[in-house]
Design a protein around this ligand. Structure first.
Ligand SMILES: C[S@@+](CC[C@H](N)C(=O)[O-])C[C@H]1O[C@@H](n2cnc3c(N)ncnc32)[C@H](O)[C@@H]1O
Ligand code: SF4
Ligand code: SF4
Length: 337
């Protein structure tokens, strides 16, 4: 068998049921059917085993187009030896005993999606429901008290961008060992989200907090924040992207995507013909660009900045996901010389 394909992330998006209906999320979220849970977990486990057989990846990202913590026994999916792991969650179902269990999994980072600490800022996720937001904030504090590294993923909208500094003040006073990852609300073919995009005035106010020395240690690096501010103002991507060449991404059908961040191009199916799918991936041209790239800015931009030498390895490993020695070695090896 040829050498395994070397990649940084395996972005497993097999699961697409959710208990939330966030205003900006793609498609119509579907509520889970109880009977679906066990077969779904087995299928996700199978997808991880198949990819592991073909790809030498550093980080398993368990996210999905839905809420993976709805899958009964999801903890066993994330507990993959020898890999760093990211659990991306809305935080609504993380009871204390679950968090106690997660705290025992090595190299796990919990990436909790939260757009603010008050209902207005978090409007797209929890609406005006104070109790729902309060529960998530208590969960966040409990995760932190257990020493689990945290990344807070925040979608920037008209509701939270101008007061972002107050959110960072809140987080830094309440929790430890975290990095907050802001990124702009995206459009999808089915959902333009135009009414949610921060205005130029919002972007201006956001930039004051984003570029302030005061918050630097809680954010993913100065170069990332500068690029983010620029994108919020211009709304246009003016630089290249390494993401399709260092990430493996699969959709809920097990299709291997050319890029896991939006383009619809499929390289093959990992269940029906994995050899051909991964071969296609290995041969993919380095200069591919899709229409979706023009409006794309995700947290993966830190990887681009690292590969362009605008963020150093030292800066990158401040972010919990990249801390482990295996991931650092992989990043150094994949970085163009
Ligand atoms: C699709 S969710 C799946 C994981 C989990 N349900 C959650 O909300 O964290 C993954 C991430 O995408 C973000 N997201 C959803 N819709 C978005 C949009 N239109 N633009 C940017 N990010 C979005 C969510 O806030 C979350 O951080
Ligand atoms: S962003 Fe996450 S929590 Fe919100 S509807 Fe989408 S999948 Fe569900
Ligand atoms: S810019 Fe976005 S959509 Fe385009 S290749 Fe990069 S991550 Fe994928």
């Amino acid at each position: 068998m040829p050498d395994k394909l070397k990649q940084v992330f395996f972005d497993n998006c097999m699961y697409d049921f959710c208990n939330f209906s966030c205003a900006y999320c793609r498609g119509t979220p579907k509520l889970p059917n109880q009977n679906f849970r066990v077969p779904e977990r087995e299928r996700i486990a199978q997808s991880i085993a198949i990819v592991d057989g073909f790809v030498d990846f550093g980080i398993l990202k368990l996210s999905g187009y839905g809420e993976i913590t709805l899958v009964r026994g999801y903890e066993s999916l994330i507990d993959l030896p020898g890999k760093a792991k990211q659990l991306i969650t809305n935080g609504s179902l993380l009871l204390e005993e679950r968090i106690d269990h997660l705290a025992r999994i090595p190299d796990l980072t919990i990436c909790l999606s939260l757009d603010g600490h008050i209902t207005r800022m978090n409007h797209c996720r929890t609406g005006e429901d104070e109790e729902k937001l309060g529960r998530i904030l208590r969960t966040l504090k409990y995760i932190s008290s257990k020493g689990i590294p945290l990344e807070i993923n925040s979608v920037l909208t008209i509701y939270n961008s101008s007061s972002f500094g107050s959110f960072l003040d809140y987080l830094s006073s309440e929790i430890e060992n975290f990095v907050c990852f802001p990124f702009p609300v995206r459009e999808f073919p089915t959902k333009k989200n135009s009414e949610l995009k921060p205005t130029p005035q919002d972007a201006d106010k956001f930039s004051r907090a984003a570029l302030s020395h005061k918050y630097r240690r809680y954010l993913p690096g100065q170069a990332y924040m500068e690029r983010l501010v620029r994108f919020l103002i211009t709304r246009k991507r003016e630089w290249g992207c390494y993401v399709p060449h260092v990430n493996i991404g699969i959709n809920p059908h097990g299709d291997l995507m050319a890029c896991s961040c939006g383009p619809k191009e499929i390289l093959g199916n990992i269940f029906t013909d994995p050899e051909s799918a991964f071969e296609h991936k290995a041969r993919m041209g380095k200069d591919k660009v899709w229409q979706e790239c023009e409006n794309c800015f995700t947290h993966y931009e830190v990887l681009n900045l690292f590969f362009e030498s605008s963020i150093s390895l030292g800066e990158l490993v401040r972010i919990p996901t990249f801390k482990s020695k295996e991931v650092r070695d992989k990043l150094s090896r994949l970085k163009p010389k």
